[in-house]
Design a protein around this ligand. Structure first.
Ligand code: ATP
Ligand code: MG
Length: 450
């Protein structure tokens, strides 16, 4: 009897130990099953895992990269999760630095590429280590934990997969591989609580499902509609980063449509709401997004300043016209309108200064495209942002805001030789250029000096 009892207790202990080292609940998927193509993995990520393994630590490629590898998509970036602390990671790699305040991470640099390494994070709810605000949003959590705890903190099952490149196995704690295969995006845990902890997860659901063609699971989808207001509470800089990812995902149009269908766009780009309600504005924004999607999918870069300049242009136009009606001169009115709209946008989602400066340059160039006489077109061609300004002009023409031949004129003018350019110039009608009246002769003043 006593022997049986002791055996029972010890067996229970063993199981508890298993669970706390984190691997008991993981399913291990081997190479023949996951069929991950190693060619799609960056050398920098492989070298980072290798360095950590050699130093005696665990190291896994984690998150979106594993999900993308399973879908045979080349991952955009690689994150590594490890049981080494940030200081230990930093010691392993000479070219690395510890960053972050909300949670400390290490950036390991390999030439142009940077790999983000994070230490397994622990549970916050049970240990009371996370600070939350009144609506349940987590504002700080800095606890290290086991790999299993780390997996439970991630948002979707498809994002909680760990790939060990040495053994070529995937560790799956939340049936993420099955969900990826079924093209389903499913929240880990109770969706309402997880959105309350971090409302940005609602935007991530929309973005990832549009980008990867995944269906949002019904229970994951259901609470979104009544929780949209939580986004108002998110710091504007985080919203901005998320919107940037969304717009530059190569699937901006699907994402915007999904955001609108779920009423998630209110409060994000309130100005965009207004724009999309006017046919000309909607046409312009959709053309701009289509352009951006095509560039990204063709592997070209896309400038966020250009994109945000297009998203807010129709609001600038309305404000510009109103100011002119109130008697302001054309150019000062445009500058006032630009500042007004950027300030209004900043109330909900501030656009970084490094982008607003370029946005303003693109906008400020627009009236100059309408001046096609004298030396001015030549000067505009040498503007450092001419190309962006010109692309913006073409969008305005394509959306019907300006006559198409204005865009064609500039395309031809830029391509033409010296003589052809001179012939293309329009007659000068500017009043400032009219001949000055000859100055009256100064009266000769007798100074009395002989
Ligand atoms: P992308 O392809 O756009 O990079 P991603 O899923 O990799 O998508 P990242 O922002 O790079 O997105 O995040 C990396 C991983 O960190 C995610 O896969 C997920 O596991 C985790 N993660 C990111 N944001 C959150 C969040 N708000 N809540 C919980 N886990 C998150
Ligand atoms: Mg990622």
């Amino acid at each position: 009897m006593i022997k049986q009892f002791l055996q029972k207790v010890f067996r229970k202990r063993e199981r508890v130990t298993d669970a706390s080292n984190g691997l008991s609940s993981a399913q291990t998927i081997t190479a023949s099953n996951h069929q991950i193509n190693h060619q799609l993995i960056s050398q920098a990520a492989l070298k980072t895992c290798d360095g950590l393994h050699r130093a005696g630590f665990q190291a896994y490629i984690v998150g979106g990269a594993v999900r993308d590898l399973l879908l045979n998509h080349p991952p955009k970036d690689f994150d590594i999760a490890t049981d080494a602390t940030p200081e230990q990671v930093h010691k392993v790699f000479r070219r690395s630095r510890i960053i972050g305040r909300r949670f400390r991470l290490v950036h390991v640099m390999w030439g142009q590429e940077t790999i983000e390494v994070s230490t397994f994070r622990g549970h916050h709810q049970t240990e009371g280590d996370a600070e939350t605000n009144d609506s349940g949003r987590i504002i700080r959590d800095n606890v290290f934990g086991s790999i299993e705890e780390d997996a439970a903190r991630r948002d979707f099952t498809a994002n909680a997969l760990y790939y060990d490149p040495k053994q070529q196995i995937v560790l799956d704690f939340h049936k993420g591989v099955a969900d990826v295969r079924a093209k389903t995006l499913r929240m880990i845990g109770d969706p309402t609580t997880r959105y309350q902890e971090d409302p940005v997860r609602m935007l991530r659901a929309v973005r990832l499902s549009a980008k990867l063609g995944l269906r949002i699971d019904t229970k994951t989808q259901a609470p979104i509609r009544k929780l949209t207001a939580l986004l108002e509470d998110v710091p504007p800089s985080r919203l901005f980063d998320e919107m940037l990812k969304l717009f530059l995902s190569g699937h901006a149009i699907e994402s915007i449509n999904a955001l609108r269908a779920q009423q998630l766009h209110h409060g994000l780009l309130p100005l965009l709401d207004v724009v999309l309600e006017q046919p000309l504005g909607e046409r312009f924004v959709m053309l701009a997004l289509k352009n951006t999607d095509e560039r990204i999918l063709a592997g070209k870069s896309s400038n966020p300043s250009f994109l945000f300049a297009t998203l807010l242009w129709h609001e600038v136009l309305v404000a510009w016209q109103a100011l002119q009606k109130r008697g302001e001169h054309v150019i000062p009115a445009l500058h006032m309108a630009m500042n007004e709209i950027i300030d209004k946008q900043a109330e909900t989602m501030a656009i970084h200064n490094r982008y607003t400066a370029t946005m303003k340059e693109i906008w400020a160039m627009q009236p100059r495209f309408e001046q096609r006489s004298g030396k001015r077109p030549y000067a505009l061609l040498t503007h450092p942002r001419y190309r962006a300004g010109y692309d913006f002009l073409l969008l305005r023409c394509a959306s019907g805001e300006l006559p198409a031949d204005l865009g064609t004129w500039w395309t031809n003018f830029a391509d033409a030789g010296t003589e052809a350019r001179t012939q293309m110039l329009m007659p000068d009608t500017d009043i400032k250029k009219r001949k000055r009246r000859p100055l009256k002769k100064k009266p000769v003043v007798d100074t009395g000096v002989v």
